[in-house]
Design a protein around this ligand. Structure first.
Ligand SMILES: [Zn+2]
Length: 197
């Protein structure tokens, strides 16, 4: 988070930072979680605004009204984030967000592609997306194998040029196939590496 700065906006403070996250401990320290308080926040990348949020504290909840940009298009969204307090061992209370996606108790929420969620949810989404890319690479490789009349299954290696196919076509398809297989295998290796994701 970039730090509160640049003076009041919408009756609150504005923060500009590169890192698109909100930290409940910091908001608590700054008094932002007191019901009735409202602050505005924005994120920039290379000096350009990419997301902005108005935060409004209610009893047990922080309401986020925000805008985010994907490409050139701006989108509006609202997300109420439940707050929860737990007792500390040596007295006092600690505040948490409940992740809007999985309800896990977390201190940080990240905005990625317009969604506020905890790092677990975003990592999961990232993994699904990566598996999607892997599946696509495998499907495309299998289509090329069918065209080349090679045995199905990307682990079965390469075959011969089918009769009647021009060499330049064969070489192009073989190169495409090799690139797709390399991509799928690299993605699989990353996914299967222990202790990751
Ligand atoms: Zn979550």
């Amino acid at each position: 988070m970039g730090g509160f700065g640049s003076g009041p906006q919408h009756g609150g403070k504005t923060c500009t930072g590169d890192c698109r996250q909100i930290d409940v401990r910091r908001l608590a320290r700054e008094g932002v979680l007191q019901p009735g308080r409202a602050v505005a926040w924005q994120w920039t990348r290379a000096g350009e605004r990419v997301a902005a949020v108005d935060m409004q504290a209610e009893a047990g909840c922080l309401r986020l009204d925000y805008r985010y940009r994907i490409g050139e298009a701006w989108h509006d969204a609202t997300c109420p984030v439940p707050l929860e307090w737990t007792a500390c061992r040596y007295g006092g209370a600690r505040v948490w967000f409940r992740c809007p996606a999985c309800t896990r108790r977390v201190a940080l929420l990240y905005i990625v592609r317009g969604l506020f969620a905890c790092r677990h949810c975003h990592r999961l989404a990232y993994r699904c997306q990566r598996e999607g890319a892997e599946d696509r690479a495998i499907r495309r490789a299998e289509r090329i194998r069918a065209r080349l009349q090679w045995q199905p299954g990307i682990l079965n290696g390469e075959g011969w040029k089918p009769p009647g196919m021009r060499w330049c076509t064969f070489d192009r398809l073989r190169r495409e196939h090799a690139a797709l297989v390399a991509r799928a295998l690299a993605s699989m290796a990353a996914r299967l590496r222990p202790g990751r994701g």
